[in-house]
Design a protein around this ligand. Structure first.
Ligand code: FAD
Ligand code: PYC
Length: 415
C-alpha cells in the first residue's frame, strides 16, 4: 500500500491547507481525439483505461454538473458478480477482478470491502433459482455457495430466521468476494488517475448536441462552446436516451427513478449485505454506522431525482420483516437517481450506426459494481473500434437479432 499515515496526520494538523488539487480544471481545447460525455464513475474509468491501456492522451471528459454527482454518488455501493448467464457473469467478474486491485492501481483508497452478499430465498421456487444460479456461477469459476437458515442465523444474528415469520427464510446464496466500496472515492480515484495521465476533466460543461457529417461524428456542442473530436463515447446513465436523440438514434431504454435511504447511525450490527427479492428490500451498514436501505424502482418513467413514498414504505416493510429490531430506528435521509433500464436488464456497451460514436448505458439499477469493468471494456471498444469479446454480447445489435441476455433474476431486488 502506498498510503502514508504520516501524510494523513500532517495534512490533518494543517487543517488541509495547501493540499494540491486532486485534478486540474482546464479550459476545454478546441479538439480532442476522444470526448467522453458524462463524468460519472463509468465515464472517468473509460478515460482512465483509454489513457492507461491504449496510450491515448488527447482525451476530455465533459460533465454537465460535478464529477460523481450522478448515480455514482447516489447508489448503495453493492459490488458482486453472481449473474446467471455466462456472458453477464464474465463481464461482472472482470469488474470484480479489477475491484480487487483498484486501490493499488489508482493509488487511492476506494474502500472496497469484501464482506459478502447474501441473496435470501423464501419459497421453494426461490431456492430452485438460487441453486441454478449458484451452479451456473461455479461453472463459470465464480465463488458462490448455498447457506442454510442455521448458518444464516449464526452469521447474521439480527436476521429473523424464525420458521413462523410471514415469509420464512429457507436459505440463501452467498458470494463471499462480493461487498461494498466507497462510491465517491471511486469517482475521485479514477478522476485523479486519469488527470495524471493527461485527461482533461471539464465540469459544468453540458453537451447539448452531437455533430455529424456523412454519418461520422465530428464533435459536440456544449454549454461552453463547440468542440471537435474524432470519437465520442457517451456514458450518461439515466440520460442515455436524451443524448441518443441528439444523434438521431433511438435506444431500447426506459428511465426510472430509483430510491435509497439511510437510518440514523448505530453501532456495528450488520457486517455483510443482505438482499431479498421476495420481500423486496436490501440492507447493509455503512462505515459511518448508518443502515443503507433500498428496494425496487418506481414503476413510472421520469427524470426527477426523487420517487414516491409508496416505494419507501414498501422497502421499509421488507426490511422490518427481515430485521424486526430495526423498527426502532429513525430514517436520516433519502434520495433518488435516474436509472436506464434495458428490456433484458443488461447493459449496452457498443458501437452505434454513426461512425465514431459509442454508447455505454442501460446498467439500470446495477452499474456501480461494473464501474471498472465497464470502463475497461468501453475503452477497448472505442480505441479499437470493435468490442472486446467480454462486451460483444452487449452490443446494440442484440435488440435486432433477439440474442438478449435475460438477467432480471440476478439483477436482483432493485429491478
Ligand atoms: P452517473 O454517475 O449518473 O454518471 C453519468 C453522468 O453523466 C452524470 O454525472 C451526469 O451529470 C452526466 N450527464 C448527463 N447528461 C449529460 C450531458 N448532456 N452532458 C454532460 N454530462 C451529462 N449499482 C450497483 O451495482 N450496486 C448498487 O448497490 C446500486 N445501487 C443503486 C441505488 C440507487 C438509489 C441508484 C439510483 C442506483 C444504484 N445502482 C447500483 C446503479 C448505479 O448507480 C448506476 O448503474 C451507475 O452508477 C451508473 O454509472 P455512471 O457512471 O454511468 O452514472
Ligand atoms: O445490483 O446489487 C445490485 C443492486 C443492489 C441495489 C441496487 N442494485
Amino acid at each position: 500500500m502506498k498510503y502514508s499515515a504520516l501524510n494523513l496526520l500532517r495534512n490533518g494538523l494543517r487543517h488541509n491547507r495547501d493540499w494540491p488539487e486532486a485534478w486540474r480544471h482546464p479550459e476545454p481545447k478546441s479538439h480532442y481525439d476522444v470526448i467522453i460525455v458524462g463524468g460519472g464513475g463509468h465515464g472517468l474509468a473509460t478515460a482512465y483505461y483509454l489513457a492507461k491501456e491504449h496510450g491515448l492522451r488527447n482525451i476530455a471528459v465533459l460533465e454537465k454538473n460535478w464529477i460523481g454527482g450522478g448515480n455514482t454518488a447516489r447508489n448503495t455501493t453493492i459490488v458482486r458478480s453472481n449473474y446467471l448467464w455466462t456472458e453477464a457473469a464474465l463481464l461482472y467478474e472482470k469488474s470484480m477482478q479489477l475491484w480487487e486491485g483498484l486501490s493499488n492501481d489508482l493509488n487511492y483508497n476506494v474502500m472496497f470491502s469484501q464482506r459478502g452478499v447474501y441473496n435470501l430465498g423464501h419459497t421453494l421456487q426461490d431456492m430452485r433459482d438460487i441453486e441454478r444460479r449458484v451452479s451456473a456461477n461455479r461453472l463459470n469459476g465464480l465463488d458462490a455457495e448455498i447457506v442454510t437458515p442455521d448458518q444464516l442465523k449464526r452469521a447474521i444474528p439480527a436476521l429473523n430466521t424464525s420458521a413462523s415469520a410471514r415469509y420464512p427464510i429457507l436459505g440463501a446464496s452467498l458470494q463471499r468476494r462480493a461487498g461494498v466500496a466507497r462510491h465517491d472515492a471511486v469517482a475521485w480515484g479514477f478522476a485523479r488517475a486519469a488527470d495524471a495521465l493527461g485527461v482533461d476533466i471539464i465540469e459544468q460543461c453540458e453537451v447539448t448536441g452531437i455533430e455529424r457529417r456523412n454519418n461520422k461524428v465530428t464533435g459536440v456542442q456544449t454549454s461552453r462552446g463547440h468542440i471537435t473530436a474524432d470519437k465520442v463515447g457517451v456514458v450518461v446513465a439515466g440520460h442515455a436516451s436524451v443524448l441518443a436523440n441528439m444523434a438521431g438514434l433511438r435506444l431500447p431504454i426506459q428511465s426510472h427513478p430509483l430510491q435509497a435511504f439511510v437510518s440514523e447511525p448505530l453501532k456495528p450490527v450488520l457486517d455483510t449485505v443482505v438482499m431479498s427479492n421476495a420481500v423486496h428490500g436490501y440492507v447493509s451498514q455503512s462505515d459511518k454506522g448508518e443502515l443503507v436501505i433500498g428496494a425496487g424502482i418506481d414503476a413510472y418513467n421520469g427524470y426527477g431525482q426523487r420517487g414516491s413514498f409508496a416505494t419507501i414504505e414498501h422497502a421499509l416493510q421488507a426490511i422490518i420483516e427481515l430485521f424486526p429490531s430495526f423498527s426502532r430506528l429513525r430514517l436520516l435521509r433519502l434520495w433518488g437517481g435516474i436509472v436506464d433500464v434495458c428490456p433484458d436488464a443488461c447493459p449496452i456497451i457498443s458501437k452505434t450506426p454513426v461512425n465514431g460514436l459509442y454508447f455505454n448505458c442501460g446498467w439500470g439499477t446495477g452499474g456501480f459494481k461494473a464501474t471498472p469493468g465497464s470502463g475497461w471494456a468501453f475503452a477497448h471498444t472505442i480505441a479499437r473500434n470493435r468490442p472486446h469479446e467480454l462486451n460483444a454480447p452487449f452490443s446494440l445489435d442484440r435488440f435486432a437479432t433477439g440474442a438478449l441476455v435475460d438477467e432480471h433474476g440476478a439483477a436482483a431486488v432493485a429491478h
